[in-house]
Each structure stands twice: as C-alpha cells, then as structure tokens.
Design a protein around this ligand. Structure first.
Ligand code: ATP
Length: 357
C-alpha cells in the first residue's frame, strides 16, 4: 500500500512518472484541523477535482492499458471508478498520482498539471494504492509515525495525535502495536487508509479499498467514505465489485478494456424511471396480482409462482399496494428496485468470470 503525499517511492522502469514525494506544502497540525491550505490562485478548474484528456498508457509489452480516457471527477463527488479486473483502473489511478507516466494525454488534479505539479498537488491528495509501503517489522503505530515524520510540512509535536486519530478512524486502535507483517490483508488495507488520512485532504484516491475486508470492514469503509465526503473531501474510489461501493457514489465511471465506456452522475447512469416493483404473493395469487398491476398501467415483466415483477413507471408504490390490497391480494412483500447498476455494468463490460485480457 502506498500513500501519495505521504511516502517516497522510487520509480521503476515502467513507472517513470513524477515521483511521489513527501509533501512540501504547509499543512494543518492536527487531524481535526481544517483542510490543507488551498492550492494557489490560478490553479484553475473550479469544477473538477480530476480531469484527464485523452489519457493513454501503452506499456512496453505493447499493451494499451488505458486508451484515450477523459475522466471527470467533479469537486465534492464520490466517484466510483468501476471495471472488471484488468480494465485499466489502477493504471489510470497511477497516472493521476504521477506514479506512471502517460504515453499521451493530459492529467489535471485539483486544477494543476500532473506530474509536473506533483510537489504542489500531492500534499492535498491522500491515496491508497496497492503495493509495498510499510515496514514489516514495525508496528502499525510506528509505521504511521514514520510516514508522518517524512511529511516535512506538519508539526512533529502533534504527530502522535494525528496517528492515534487516524488509527481510531479506521478501527485499528486496539491492534496498533502489532507488527505490520502480522496484519491480515484487511488490516493492511485499513492501515493504508489510516496513512492516507493522517492529514486533511482535498482529494482521496482509493484503489480497491475494500479488497480483503470482511463485510463489516467493507461497511465501515463505506461509512468512512460518506463521512469524508460530508466534510467536503472529493473521493475517487475504484472497485471491480460494484455492489460494494455503488451505494456511496454520487458519480460513476465504468472502464472496460482500457476505455471509459460510461461516466456521469449515478442517477443518470442507472435511470430511475426504469424502477421495477417486485410483489411477493402466495402461489395462487400471482396471476391476480399481475392483473392488478396491468390494470394500473404497469408493464408486467415477469410472473412466477411467488410473485410478479413490473416496471413501475410514474405510479407511486403506495398506490400499487393499495390497489393490490383493494383487490384482495395477500401481499407478502413489495419492493421497489431501481435498475441495478449491475445490469448496466454487465451490459457495458460484458463481465463474466474470466478476465478480459
Ligand atoms: N507494468 C505493466 N506492464 C505491462 N502491462 C501492465 C502493467 N501494469 C498493468 N498492465 C496490464 O494493463 C491492464 C490493465 O491493468 P490494471 O492494473 O490497470 O487494471 P485494473 O482495472 O486496475 O485491474 P484490477 O481490478 O485487477 O486491479 C492489464 O491487462 C494488465 O495486465
């Protein structure tokens, strides 16, 4: 795990982009302090926290991992960056952070150019990106202290308070003295998050933050993302597991085979006007329920032994319930389902079990 703006990372042969260095901008001394000083005037884009134009990465192998991607992450958004394994999410994120140099195209983060302005931008960006970054023989607490010490812009006197607050925020206080190498994958993910949260950030970039977490941990990450967004932090969060993050996203971008195949506000991507109502009834009553729904003008899509599914259209769900009850149908359950983003996702990416490439 690696934290932009928090740790040093030597570029590899492929990763010859701007280095991720210790931050150089001044920062607030306590975790609870206001966000870091804004980027200097003239940093441009007021609307987008991240904007890429024609972003492309061709690896030496010849593979085009990212192909002319125009990403737009509005400020204040929780942007779910989705796509199957190998679709190019991590490579894109690495380019945003200056860890991989694009073959072509442009990247703007918080209104500044990357990787050229990395020194100025990265202190405002917290990142959780897979890879080594922690010392295996140090405890979680000591690892955070080490990362914090590498940040020349924060007050060393408040280092401990920052580390403790970050550990608590990710639920690691009780395990803080355990060595990193004894940590489970989920605990490592949490520590990566803690490192990204050592200081206030304008933008958080989280690459598969729920990887390795149990359902409870996944829920906690979602809650954390919601809290951070409520504080005004823009969050870009990638995942190949749609269901894990779709609930927290205000915006969605879907990657498939290196292309950004869909992007926009959550509501635009899965159209709520296609909401369906699913009525559960005792076996013999499904046809009667179906007739009631048709009578209300709903388009029935499916009738099974145990119920009916129909497109809701503009009809309020309460009217559906009342009509069913009025017609003497025993309603065992009634649920409204907006078209799952999953359907859109599968349609666009053709995702099956196999990795596309
Ligand atoms: N350093 C590299 N050299 C060559 N090919 C690479 C390199 N890094 C990634 N790739 C290839 O680029 C493609 C995109 O990989 P990337 O890691 O960006 O996908 P991803 O969407 O993040 O996948 P996952 O969900 O599995 O993390 C893959 O086919 C991968 O094999």
């Amino acid at each position: 795990m690696r934290q932009a703006g928090a740790v040093t990372r030597p570029p590899t042969a492929e990763h010859t982009g701007g280095p991720v260095r210790a931050p150089s901008a001044p920062a607030a001394g306590r975790v609870t302090s206001p966000a870091p000083v804004p980027l200097p005037a003239g940093s441009g884009d007021d609307e987008a926290a991240v904007r890429t134009t024609g972003l492309t990465k061709r690896f030496r192998s010849g593979q085009v991992a990212v192909d002319h991607v125009d990403l737009l992450v509005p400020r204040g958004a929780v942007y779910g960056f989705l796509g199957p394994n190998g679709s190019g999410k991590t490579t894109t994120i690495r380019m945003l952070l200056g860890l991989v140099r694009p073959t072509s195209g442009e990247v703007q983060v918080l209104g500044a150019r990357m990787p050229e302005d990395a020194d100025r931008v990265l202190p405002h960006v917290g990142a959780l990106v897979e890879g080594p970054g922690f010392q295996p023989y140090l405890s979680a607490r000591a690892n955070l202290a080490r990362i914090d010490a590498a940040d020349r812009t924060v007050d060393p006197r408040t280092s401990r308070a920052r580390a403790e607050a970050a550990l608590e925020r990710v639920g690691l206080s009780a395990a803080a003295d355990k060595r990193f190498r004894q940590y489970s994958l989920g605990m490592k993910q949490r520590l990566g998050l803690a490192a990204a949260l050592l200081r206030p950030r304008s933008l958080l970039v989280l690459d598969e933050p729920t990887n390795g977490l149990d359902p409870q941990g996944t829920r906690e990450v979602r809650t954390l993302i919601r809290e951070l967004a409520a504080d005004g932090t823009t969050v870009l969060v990638s995942s190949h597991l749609l269901a894990e993050i779709e609930q927290v996203c205000t915006h969605i971008g879907i990657m498939s085979r290196g292309h950004l195949v869909r992007q926009g506000a959550r509501a635009e991507i899965a159209d709520p006007s296609e909401a369906r109502v699913v009525v559960t009834t005792p076996t013999a009553q499904a046809p009667a329920a179906s007739a009631v729904l048709s009578g209300l003008g709903l388009t029935v899509q499916r009738t099974t032994d145990t119920g009916v599914e129909a497109l809701l259209g503009d009809v309020p769900p309460a009217q559906v319930t009342a009509a069913l009850v009025g017609a003497g149908v025993d309603v065992e359950g009634l649920a409204v389902r907006t078209p799952s983003l999953e359907q859109v996702f599968v349609e666009l990416t053709g995702e099956g079990f196999d990795v596309a490439r």
